[in-house]
Write a protein that binds this ligand. Structure first.
Ligand code: CTP
Ligand code: CA
Length: 222
């Protein structure tokens, strides 16, 4: 009964979720990226749709099938992910940033394949736009949730990130433990809310965690 009750907790609300890694091109055949699988974001998208939300996932390059009733926009780079996000944000009630967005991109992408003519090669990188901060800074911002993957001082860094980025909630995971988090099927997290409260969720499947996080977000949005 409780599960049924919870299952429509986001009825009619519009949820946008970023997921997966981004790829930043060096030349036509090479890129900088990371090991994010997108599983956490896709699990949250599935749970949001189950909860009755009109759900869109903006996905970097991942090998995952689209959950039932979820709209999907595929992107490659951080700039594309940002543009796709901003195109949806006016009609969005809840924004959840799970993507492992590349912090930097090469200043320019070579038009032709880079040849190995020198012993050393310098690549200059430039910072990408912070998508979740951009969303949270808007006048009429949606309820905005970020993630923080940290290897030390998890609580301090996560709370600091929530404040700096003006988020309503941040979900922190300790990626020093390599069995969980990045690219695995399980995760263990702590949820910190703007109002100061926190809740730890012990290791569980990302599918189950998606449902728990959506249930928690629903209690804060209503
Ligand atoms: N994020 C984003 N756009 C970026 C970088 C990060 O939207 N260009 C979002 C992530 O999706 C996540 C949150 O910001 O929800 C925190 O990402 P994280 O990498 O932990 O924080 P950074 O601000 O990039 O700081 P650092 O990597 O130095 O810890
Ligand atoms: Ca980062």
């Amino acid at each position: 009964v409780a599960a049924q009750f919870q299952s429509r907790s986001l009825d009619g609300l519009r949820v946008v979720i970023t997921a997966g890694p981004t790829r930043e091109a060096l030349d036509p055949v090479r890129y900088i990226s990371n090991h994010s699988s997108g599983k956490m974001g896709f699990s949250i998208a599935a749970a949001a749709a189950e909860a009755g939300a009109i759900t869109t996932v903006i996905a970097g390059p991942v090998h995952l099938s689209t959950p039932d009733s979820v709209h999907r926009i595929d992107v490659t780079s951080a700039s594309e992910m940002c543009a796709a996000t901003l195109s949806l944000i006016d009609d969005c009630d809840i924004f959840i940033a799970t993507a492992a967005v590349a912090d930097y991109r090469p200043v320019s992408s070579a038009e032709q394949k880079i040849k190995k003519t020198t012993d050393t090669l310098n690549i200059t990188l430039i910072k990408n736009v912070d998508i979740v901060s951009t969303v949270a800074a808007r006048d009429d911002s949606p309820f905005t949730v970020g993630f923080a993957a940290e290897t030390q001082d998890v609580e301090r860094y996560a709370r600091d990130k929530m404040q700096r980025k003006k988020l309503d909630m941040i979900i922190a995971n300790d990626v020093a433990n390599s069995d969980i988090g990045f690219n695995s099927n399980d995760n263990a997290v702590t949820i910190f809310s703007k109002c100061g409260d926190s809740e730890a969720i012990a290791q569980t499947s990302k599918q189950q965690l998606g449902r728990l996080l959506i249930a928690k977000i629903a209690t804060k949005v209503h």
